[in-house]
Design a protein around this ligand. Structure first.
Ligand SMILES: [Zn+2]
Length: 620
């Protein structure tokens, strides 16, 4: 009896152990997280999953005339990790403008500063941190807390008084005339996680977001005449807007048509705001990884709302805030609202998580929680840019992926969404495939599992082109129903958490019921490229039919799509998903119907990358 129990126990453990093993290469630091139970081999957060979080209270003053920004800030930081933190890492992302800072892109000489963020006060649990316990490097400020560390499951308070002048020509910051969008602006605690402790890659202007989920209460003071837009819900509209404009603002929150909250002429007329020398706009945002704000005394504000969850009838308030010269921006509210609806119901097919979304007419194409800084694209349609940036709400914000290390976990998805959604929204062919084919298989085509922080010129292809193709191929492979089931469960499991690559791979394996490691491996881990070719067409005399011989030359598994013309004038479209190459097969024969003689064959589709198109056509 005992031995039977024991042997079945051993068998059970062995099965668990085997199923726990991945065919994919798992770096040793990831294995540690699985052993500690913070992550699980089936792709779920582990029983011991943890992440730290913070509450931010910030008062900030913007002087538009001098572009001077000054703030006071209190952070209550909760250490949920099993570790005692003897050091805390603060991000001062504005410091990428400091002399000598590491930068991925040039900045204009007028933007370079001697000091970066000026810190007037840095306090820890109410006590000023001595200068010799502050270490500042790149965009980080490390506070050494050796004498008074933060134990596990406890809270600590940080206080900052800081200021800087907004760079006049910044590429991510926007400051033109009297309109501003201010990102990367306040002292923010870096992520301490179960994979590698404190995040160690500074903000250089390229590898973007990785922040903990936090709650924010932010008060922005500006001179009278300025409106402020921000991450979060505006709390005190009734104290600032005159009745007519407050009424429009209120109505737009449940509207199905587009409202003009105010036009350029109206905001300039002085009729919009209540009396006073200045106004303080207060915002609350819950469970977001970052906070940005914008201000203007001359922009138009249009808005509407859209139902994002049919079960609860929850709505999102959607705004476009823009310069009158940006003719394309007249379309943006409509595009954003319809786009958010399609994202909520089709792809990714998950209710839009935020109550507010504002697309601000700045100088960039950049996402932030509940806001975008989008340049005008006129005379071209603003659709692709709008859809792309708004779709980032899901990745990397709702799903707090580490974009500094695995940008394919968000940029690849945003590129997939903008391609998939734009045709439906526009009613014609508008979606764009990033050109992966021409770069694939060169030494610029680095496997996406190489950390983004290790990439420079290879960053874009590994983050956008190759993963966009990989996700399109995955959709073709699984079909919408299974694809959506995997996506939804991935989002349910990891919403407001920090999924790592293996959590993604394993969740999709788990939910699809298929071991897709054969697919993940070439697309994400290996040097590879896509190339199918027609070897030739032969006649099978015994079966009286033509046989089209297809060869897989590059080792990426892609769909096999052929348009066949027959000698009798008929046509056939032949399509197999990437699973035809699943077992490492290098050849596939298309067997035509009895009596059919092939006149010509053409391989390929817009969504199927192919690095050598010359062998995709065969003619008799
Ligand atoms: Zn993007």
């Amino acid at each position: 009896m005992m031995s039977r129990v024991l042997s079945s126990l051993i068998l059970c453990l062995l099965v668990n152990f085997l199923s726990a093993q991945s065919n994919l290469f798992v770096p040793r630091n990831y294995e540690k997280a699985y052993e500690a139970g913070s992550r699980a081999w089936n792709g779920k957060p582990g029983p011991n999953y943890w992440q730290n979080r913070a509450n931010y209270k910030i008062q900030v003053n913007l002087d538009p005339a001098t572009r001077f920004l000054s703030g006071t800030e209190t952070i209550v930081y909760r250490n949920e990790s099993p570790d005692t933190l003897k050091r805390v890492r603060i991000k001062l992302q504005h410091d990428r403008y400091r002399k000598g800072a590491t930068r991925a892109y040039d900045v204009t000489a007028v933007d370079v500063e001697d000091e970066g963020t000026v810190l007037e006060s840095v306090a820890y649990n109410g006590v000023e941190v001595p200068k010799d316990q502050q270490r500042r490097n790149a965009t980080f400020l490390d506070l050494i807390l050796r004498d008074n560390p933060i134990p596990p499951n406890s809270e600590a308070t940080f206080g900052f008084k800081w200021s800087y002048t907004i760079p006049p020509d910044g590429a991510r910051e926007f400051a033109l005339d009297s309109s501003f969008l201010i990102p990367y602006w306040y002292p923010q605690i870096a992520v301490y996680d179960d994979i590698r402790g404190w995040a160690s890659f500074p903000y250089t202007g390229q590898q973007e977001f990785y922040h903990d989920f936090s709650d924010y209460e932010v008060a922005v003071t500006v001179p009278n005449g300025f409106q402020v837009w921000a991450t979060g819900e505006w709390q005190n509209a009734k104290d600032i807007l005159q009745a007519e404009y407050l009424d429009r603002w209120n109505k737009a929150h449940t509207a199905t048509v587009e409202y003009v909250i105010f036009s350029e002429d109206e905001i300039k007329s002085g009729k919009v705001f209540k009396k006073g020398k200045s106004h303080t706009f207060s915002f609350v945002a819950k469970d977001v990884p970052d906070f940005v704000f914008a201000a203007s005394n001359s922009y138009n504000w249009n808005a509407t709302s859209v139902v994002v969850d049919d079960a609860t009838r929850r709505r999102t308030f959607v705004s476009a805030v823009f310069n009158s010269k940006s003719s394309d921006y007249r379309e943006v509210v409509d595009i954003a609202a319809r786009g958010i609806r399609l994202m909520s119901t089709w792809l990714p097919g998950y209710p839009f998580p935020y109550p507010v979304m504002t697309i601000f007419n700045g100088n960039d194409g950049m996402e932030y929680p509940m806001m975008c800084n989008d340049a005008s694209t006129a005379p071209r349609s603003p659709m692709m840019l709008t859809v792309h940036e708004v779709s980032h709400t899901y990745f990397p914000f709702m799903m707090g992926i580490n974009e500094q290390e695995y940008a394919w976990m968000d940029e690849g998805w945003a590129a997939f969404f903008d391609y998939m959604l734009c045709d439906s929204l526009s009613g014609h062919k508008l979606g764009r495939i990033r050109d992966y084919s021409s770069i694939a298989g060169t030494d610029e085509d680095v496997p996406p599992m190489v950390r983004s922080s290790n990439l420079s010129s290879a960053y874009r292809n590994a983050s956008y082109q190759r993963p966009q193709s990989a996700y399109l191929t995955l959709l073709d492979l699984l079909g919408y129903e299974t694809f959506h089931k995997c996506m939804k469960e991935y989002m349910n499991r990891w919403k407001s958490k920090h999924p790592a690559p293996f959590d993604f791979f394993q969740t999709w394996n788990d939910v699809s019921g298929q071991n897709l490691d054969w697919y993940w491996k070439p697309w994400f881990f290996e040097w590879a490229y896509p190339d199918l070719g027609i070897q030739g067409v032969v006649k099978d005399e015994a079966a009286n039919c033509s046989v089209i011989m297809i060869e897989r030359k590059g080792n990426l598994p892609v769909p096999l799509h052929a348009e066949i013309k027959y000698a009798d004038g008929s046509n056939e479209t032949f399509h197999r998903n990437a699973a035809v190459w699943k077992d490492g097969k290098q050849n596939f024969n298309i067997r035509c119907a009895e009596g059919k003689n092939v006149q010509s064959v053409k391989l390929g589709l817009e969504t199927i990358p192919d690095s050598v198109p010359e062998d995709n056509v065969w003619e008799k």
